[in-house]
Design a binder for this molecule. Sequence first.
Ligand SMILES: [Zn+2]
Length: 176
Amino acid sequence: MTHPQYPDLPWVEGDLVIDPAVLEAIEAHAREAYPSECCGFVFGPIEEASRLDAMQRETNEADKYHRLDPETFPRTSRTYFKINELRAARTFEEAAAAGRPLKVIYHSHCDAGPYFSDEDAATFAQEGMLMWPCAFLVVSVVEGEVRGRALWVHVPGTDRFREARLEVREEPVAER
Ligand SMILES: [Zn+2]
């Protein structure tokens, strides 16, 4: 099955395999950021659609926006994350051009489970359309320790997300 908006980008539908070292780096970021939510990007080779083999930390700009405009942005980084959209757009473009597409946006939840919140869904889908061509990883950090994680993908034509399979496995480098 493919996503109607992105039929050529199969990772949008989940069923991904992440390198254990990459997952550990994401979880380390989540622990460091606690009690704030962290966020970042996960990449992989274009030739292996399901494979995730690199990550990049991004800055959670929730507090910056909250300071500037607390009425429009009432929530702080404790319960909310805001990724820089210009940087995200540019990174999606550059990564695709380099054959190393940005396949997943990750963020953490503090003292809450790795569910996809209403706020998350509203951020990443609007009027049935997926806003970014990727899947979404949520890491749960409770009292500073990682307690779980889940991969979420968009349900086409809705503003909902469903959980998808994420396997943690090292893969041998493909022979050329
Ligand atoms: Zn969230």
